[in-house]
Design a protein around this ligand. Sequence first.
Ligand code: PHE
Length: 450
Amino acid sequence: MKKRSNFSGKLGFVLAAAGSAVGLGNLWRFPYLAARYGGGIFLLVYLILAVTFGFSLMIAEISLGRKTGLSAIGAFKKLNQKYTFIGYLASLVPIIILPYYSVIGGWVIKYFTAFISGQASAAADDLYFGTFISKPVEPVIWLAVFILATAVVVYNGVEKGIEKVSKTLMPLLVILTIGIAIYSVTLPGAGAGLIYYLKPDFQHFSMKTVVAAMGQLFYSMSLAMGIMITYGSYMKKDVNLEKSVSQIEFFDTGIAFFAGMMIVPSVFVFNGGDGAAINAGPGLMFVTLPKVFQSMPMGTLIGALFFVLVLFAALTSSISLMETIVSIVCDKTHWSRKMATVIITIYTLAIALPSSLGFGIWSHITPMGMSFLDFFDFISNSILMPIVAFLTCFFIGYVIKPTAISEEVKLNAPFRREKLFVVMIKYVAPICIIIILVSSILSALGLLVI
Ligand code: PHE
């Protein structure tokens, strides 16, 4: 076996894992879910899950990787051959996510080009977004551009170069997001929105809040899809694992928090926070932000800069998704890396197509009552990822036992939250995941109102 390269230094690992974690999940997905599922109550549930579930699962996955030095499939196989299937299931997740991720990536490119070509004020119009995504050809061109950009990097194996660039761009994105968030909440009328976003209102609580928050947690932190296992396999033994996990979580959650603050209160400013606007779903960022930029001095410039930075964050994530798929395919077939990349690119284009057309000419086809994009998002985030997370908890709690993980964490530092970890992995997480999974499936089938 080839020797695995390691991340240099302690910060190297945290930055690389944060690079995969921070993406459209934080900037695009978190704000629309927070708006849709009750604002403050969603935020509260998310934060509680992040420091309990998210923490435990990320510790578990990174330790599995570092302990075995292998990616998901190999890691489960090495520890207990009977459970190799968990690795396979986890690997399915990126295969489902990448195509629809590319659709959103395409939307980001479109908005970037709109801002640099003097259409900033047109983009602020209520109808602009809906008109654009329902077109049959234009969104497909942009998603193809996004996929090809991702594929070129993976094909040439130059991810490292891109990661370097994104390390300088990422802090800029953070600063800009915080800046825009501060600007948004000072707009006249933002107060009510800020209260909606920050103050938990238990009347808005439902099982759906928990289902959505949990799916978002997996998605945003790149959990339950084998990615953190792979990252862990590259981590040096002398890095403090628990501290690194806390740092990645802090970074990822912080960006999501400010992204929500930048978008949710603005909905109240520009649309009075009415039900339909709050419920806008996947389009929320694209509908709301251009209005914020329009109201701002130098808004066109700031908007263009913002969308190009979001594009970079999205590309680093899509590259790591495609890279993961390519390495799985290469391991299992005898294809060359280039051949695998070409085939996966064609697959991604083909599957992305319905997700895009589902907003226009194919909007009458609604699997399980959802648009194609929502459907793929539901299958991966609300079904597959909870299953993988459950199986991972079961595997660690009852097959290899939590001490196998604790030993790895304790290699160079005390495991401060070991008790929390053990209780979460053995009892709380698996029980909660099952309840959530069953209720989300029943509600999707229309058998349960939650
Ligand atoms: N976590 C990324 C995001 O928030 C999505 C992603 C998942 C990226 C898995 C890579 C791998 O956008």
